[in-house]
Design a protein around this ligand. Structure first.
Ligand code: TYD
Length: 244
């Protein structure tokens, strides 16, 4: 049995950390897992990631590049992994495009949906965790906020010219992204699990595990062939070592 899990949220929500922790835990349960992040986790995706992080570009170009990275990932990694009966843990997926490009950048819904449909071939996660927190908190966590006029405070880190374009967007942009996620949750409440990401990390980890445990088969599958595309082999070996 396969299980497709995605993590969503704004900047500094801790979803990458929680996704990696969850993937390791699933391996420990004896279930094969593939961990991916977007954009990335393929050669093309990593290439596009560098462009998307640094280069100024039009909103339409941005939408299409995210879609291109996703199309490659779904076709070459996610779908084959699910077909092999693996669990897939995705750090961002199509919902990010709706939250950021539709609500953040204000691109028409039908265009964003068309790009997502083409990229995903209709493949949706079984469960999606939204790590929800006020954007002010998230940006502060990643060290990128400066006070500005109410609601339009500029977000930037003076000492880092390479900083992500998205983190530099004004607070209003990040508020639209958060509101966009909430609309997605309202539309499909059964797929989403909303988690208060201001809670202590261990508590967030526990909540996620409980939700995933309910969805994984009770008998462990073939033992832990892990394919954590953005972790190193050393990290994996450490995870396989017996505890205590
Ligand atoms: P990343 O460094 O992975 O940030 P994070 O840890 O917050 O995921 O950069 C990904 C950035 O790209 C992030 O700011 C969200 C944005 N993004 C979109 O705007 N649309 C998308 O479809 C995806 C996948 C990401």
């Amino acid at each position: 049995m396969s299980l497709f899990i995605s993590f969503e949220g704004g900047e500094g929500s801790g979803k990458s950390t929680q996704g990696a922790i969850l993937a390791r835990w699933i391996v420990k349960q004896g279930f094969p897992v593939t961990l991916v992040r977007e954009p990335g986790s393929t050669r093309l995706g990593n290439h596009l990631r560098r462009l998307l992080k640094g280069k100024q570009m039009s909103p339409a170009a941005e939408l299409l590049l995210f879609a291109a990275a996703r199309a490659e990932l779904v076709e070459t990694v996610v779908r084959p992994a699910l077909e092999q009966g693996r669990a897939v843990v995705a750090d961002r997926y199509a919902d990010s495009t709706v939250a950021y490009q539709r609500y953040g950048r204000k691109i028409a819904a039908r265009l964003v949906d068309a790009a997502n449909n083409l990229a995903t071939q209709g493949l949706k996660p079984d469960v999606t965790f939204l790590l929800d927190l006020p954007p002010e908190d998230g940006l502060r966590r990643v060290g990128n906020i400066r006070p500005g006029p109410p609601g339009e405070g500029k977000t930037h880190r003076a000492d880092d010219p390479e900083q992500l374009r998205f983190e530099r967007e004004p607070l209003l942009f990040h508020r639209r992204v958060r509101a966009g996620y909430r609309k997605l949750v309202e539309k499909e409440p059964l797929r989403w699990v909303v988690i208060n990401a201001t809670e202590p990390m261990e508590q967030v980890t526990d909540t996620i595990r409980r939700e995933v445990a309910r969805r994984l088969p009770s008998i462990a599958g073939p033992s832990g062939l892990a394919d954590l595309l953005d972790l190193t082999g050393a990290e994996l070996e450490a995870d396989r070592a017996p505890e205590g």
